[in-house]
Write a protein that binds this ligand. Sequence first.
Ligand SMILES: Nc1ncnc2c1ncn2[C@@H]1O[C@H](COP(=O)(O)OP(=O)(O)O)[C@@H](O)[C@H]1O
Ligand SMILES: [Mg+2]
Length: 357
Amino acid sequence: MAKPILTLHALEKQFGSDTALHPTTLTVEKGEFLAMMGPSGCGKSTTLRMIAGLEAPSAGQIRHWDRDITNLPPWERDMPMVWQSYALFPFMTVRQNVEFGLKQKRRHALPDRRRKAGEWLERLDIAAMADRRVNQLSGGQRQRVALARALALEPEILLLDEPLSALDAHLRLQMQAELKRLHGELGITFLYVTHSQSEAFAMADRVAILNQGHLQQIGSAREVYRAPANRFVAEFVGASTIITGTGGPDHRVETAVGTFTAKAGHPPQPGQLATVLIPSNAVTLSATETGAENAVTATFLTEEFTGSFVTLYLLLADQTQMKVQLQQSELDRITLIPGDTVHAHWPAEAAYVLKEG
Ligand SMILES: Nc1ncnc2c1ncn2[C@@H]1O[C@H](COP(=O)(O)OP(=O)(O)O)[C@@H](O)[C@H]1O
Ligand SMILES: [Mg+2]
C-alpha cells in the first residue's frame, strides 16, 4: 500500500472530564475523498480542528507524510479549512478575500497573487462578482469564495466542515456535484465532515463513521452498506431491518417473529445473541402467504417515495419496524392501504448477521 498522506495515531481529545475523541488511529491516502460522519456531537469537528491545528490534542500524533505536525500552528500546515460559516471578511471584495489567503502565505509576490486569485475566481465561476463585497453575496456565492480562497493556496489537503449545511437543498446538490468534480480534477486530498449520510455517500471514496468519540467503521460506501461493523453503523446507514434473536445450528436464528436462516456475515453462534440485518431491497412482498422460508406476516404502515423507488414501512408482531424498498413499477403488483396485512420474505443469502462483542 502507498504511504498515507495523513496519519492519525491514537489521537485523543478531552475537554475537562468529557472525551470528545477517544484514541483514534486512521490513515488517509493521497488524493482520497474521505468523509467523516456521525450524529451531532460525535467528535467530527474536534477531529478536523486538531488536524487543522486549531485545537491541541490531549494525546496521540498527527503526521503529514512523515512529518509530525501534532504541535505545529495552523499556518505551518498545508491544510486550509472551509466551513459552514464561511469565515470571510464581509467588507472586503471577493477578489480581496481570495488574495488575502495568498498574502498570508507570503509565498507569492503581488502580480502572482493577482493572477492566481483570478484563476480561482474563474474556476469557481465567481469572476463576474470579483469586485463585489462579500456581504452582497448569497450563501452559495459566499461558499464559492471560501472555496476559492482555500484552493488558491494549492494545498495538499483541504479540510471541509459541513460546508454545505447552510445552503438550501437544491444548491446543496449542485455544490456536491461541483465539489466532487473539483476533487477529481485537482487530485487534492479532501477530508470532509458531515452529519448527512446522503452527502457523504454522494461524494466520498471512503467514509469514517463516528459515534460518541469512537470510530465505528471506515470503508467504502459499499463496505459500510453491505458489511456494517456493528448495530450503530447499521442503524445509522438505515438500509436494513434489524431483528435480534438467538443463534441456532445451520445459520438459523430464533426470534420473536419466527426462525430464520441468515447466511451472510458472521455465522450465528448457537445459544448466543444474534443480530440479523435484512436489507430493505432484498424483501419480496405478497398479499397472500407464499410458504417461503424466511417469511413474516406484517401490517402495512405507510410509504415514502424517492425518485424511482418507494420505501414501505411495515410493523411486525413484536413491534419491529420493517423497511422494504421497491421499484415504483413493482407497486403495480400489490395494492396496500395502511392497516392491511402483508406477507414478506427474503433469501437466506441476503440476511446478514453482525459480529457480536
Ligand atoms: N471547546 C469545547 N469545550 C468543551 N467541549 C467541547 C468543545 N468543543 C467541542 N466540545 C464537545 O465535544 C464533543 C464533540 O463536539 P464536536 O466535535 O463539535 O462534534 P460534531 O462536530 O461531531 O458535532 C461534544 O460533546 C461537544 O460538546
Ligand atoms: Mg461539527
